[in-house]
Design a protein around this ligand. Sequence first.
Ligand code: ZN
Ligand code: ZN
Length: 152
Amino acid sequence: MTSKDSDRSNGKGERRQPGLTRNERLVWDALSEAEEPLKAYEILDRLKDRGVRAPMTVYRALDGLEEKGVIHKLDGLNSFVRCNHERPHEVQAFLVCEICTTVKEVELESVSDVAAPLIRRAGFDMHTARLEVRGVCDNCECSRHGPRPPNH
Ligand SMILES: [Zn+2]
Ligand SMILES: [Zn+2]
């Protein structure tokens, strides 16, 4: 009997991240489990059961994870999301729903391909570019405009 699908694959692209400290791993797990962006204190809340009590622990882990390019900070929301790309990338784009606050990370290849060379040519050493696009997600759009099912 083969059991190649016996390991936990929850469909969310569970990636093993090598080289994370114990605390970074905990924060990473918390962000992976969350369906939405988390603020630092929300992460701390989720990790209290696992022995993390100091805000500094969370902040340090967030810094480390951001440096490694495996999470992103959303300045506008003051919260953090797990990166869903395979590799670190300098152009980050997020679609932020103003109704349900879900955040979807999308790839803007044209920005990387077109804008990055222009920026470099201007003699600027770009580290990251972040774009937060605000609007209404598919789900909320549908429930706003779709026909309401009759209650009775
Ligand atoms: Zn990313
Ligand atoms: Zn929404």
